[in-house]
Structure formats: C-alpha cells, structure tokens
Write a protein that binds this ligand. Sequence first.
Ligand code: ADP
Ligand code: UDP
Length: 237
Amino acid sequence: MEKQTELYRGKAKTVYTTEDPNRLVLHFRNDTSAFDGEKIEQLDRKGMINNKFNHFIMSKLEQAGIPTQVEALLSDTDSLVKKLEMIPVECVVRNIAAGSICRRLGVEEGQVLNPPTFEFFLKNDALHDPMINESHIRTFGWAEERDIEQMKALTFKVNDVLKALFDEAGMLLVDYKLEFGLFEGKITLGDEITPDGCRLWDKETRKKMDKDRFRQGLGNVVEAYEEVAARLGITLD
Ligand code: ADP
Ligand code: UDP
C-alpha cells in the first residue's frame, strides 16, 4: 500500500495516510532525540533497524495473543499499521531501576524491582511527559476505566513475552514504554518497541545496548542496536 499524505511528523517517525482510511504507514527516520528533543542527531541505519526490529517484536507479541497494530513490513524503513485512535498516555514497566525512577526516588541504578513497577506518563512534550496516575486519567477522560485496566494487563503480558525473548538472547529487559490506542473499539498496542524506547543490558556484563548509549554519549549506538537485532536473529540486510 502506497503512502499518501503526511499526517504527523514526530521526533523519530513520520506518519502517512494510505488509500485505506483504517491503515497508516509509519516511516522510521534516522533522527534520534533525547531530553525532550534537546539533543538530536541523525544516526545512519537507525530508521531501518528500528523498523525491522519493531515489526519483528510486534509480530512476536501478536503471536502471543496481544492485539497489535502490525500489518506488514513495506520496505526497509516503512511499515503498514492499523490506524489507532491513540490514548495520550505512556505505560512504563521496570524490571530493574534505571533512568527517571533513580532520579525521582533516589534508587540505585541496577536494583532489581520485584515485583516490577508500573507507571503512567502523560504524552505531552511541552509538559515534559509528567508522571500521572489512574485518577488523573479518569478525571481528565484520557481513557475509559476498562481501557486503563486493559493497558495495564497487556503491558505486563508484554513483559512476560519480552523478558523471556531477551533473556534467551543474553539480554536483560530493564524497562520499556508502550503506547496503546483503540482500533474498532479494542485496546491495541501501537507506536514502537525498539531500543529507542526500552532499556536492554547484556546479561553478563550489563553493557547498555539501547538509547542510553546516545543519552549518555557512550558511542556505538547503532552498533549496539545491530547487536541486539543480531542476537534475536533479525535479518537487517
Ligand atoms: P513523538 O510523537 O513522541 O515525537 P514519533 O516520532 O514516534 O513520536 O511519532 C509517531 C507518532 O505516531 C506518535 O505520536 C504516536 O503516538 C503515533 N502513532 C504510533 N503508532 C500509531 C498508530 N498505529 N496509529 C496512529 N498513530 C500512531
Ligand atoms: N521512554 C520512551 N519515551 C519517553 C519516555 C520514556 O520511550 O518519552 C522509555 C525510555 O527509553 C525507557 C523507559 O521508557 O526505556 C523509562 O524511561 P524513564 O522514565 O526512565 O525516562 P528517561 O530517564 O529515559 O527519560
């Protein structure tokens, strides 16, 4: 299916309409951003890697019974997806402490979180994606009660599937962010699951293999993403 008009240009992807009003094309760009878009760089091959990575992961989740946006891989950088009515919240699960939870709660990076934590954030760059709770979601009508429960349940189900998948490939799934939307009234996983939106550490050495390499200026960002893909058996070229 062909891309038609540009609907939205985000920080890392451009969204296009198609001839089918219920389908969109997600175009994964090389743009890599951190700190609310304060740090931006073009990383060669990143769009292609994330597009193929996302398609692989979403297909695995679909096979595991999780409703996802996935339709088809169209090209190196483009995927056909279901057009979701996005819910403006981000769902974050953490298995190990890193990033904002360390800053907020004074927890040491690397502490195992048992049980894993669940957090909602409001998707709003101007407000720096503040942390919110279910009461805010209800009061401001960002999602229905039933959908709040579904998002939580599905986010934990994703954890079960992905923790095992990465573990078998020698990696720890530290944390990740999911975005959901409604498709024909049903909560469906959208956006992306890539090393841009999760933290992955080597199981033995704890080497960072995700966007923290970019955030923290550790170098070899794309090389790390490629290694994650290779370990999962994702064909890139
Ligand atoms: P951001 O908006 O955070 O800068 P992106 O560059 O990734 O992020 O832009 C992609 C946009 O497309 C996001 O706003 C995301 O919520 C939205 N989106 C992702 N998947 C879908 C989908 N299947 N249907 C509709 N919108 C989607
Ligand atoms: N995350 C994301 N988009 C956001 C905020 C967070 O993809 O707008 C991901 C991030 O990559 C990490 C997880 O969600 O895997 C938790 O992020 P955290 O709250 O620790 O924020 P950070 O310190 O990464 O900004």
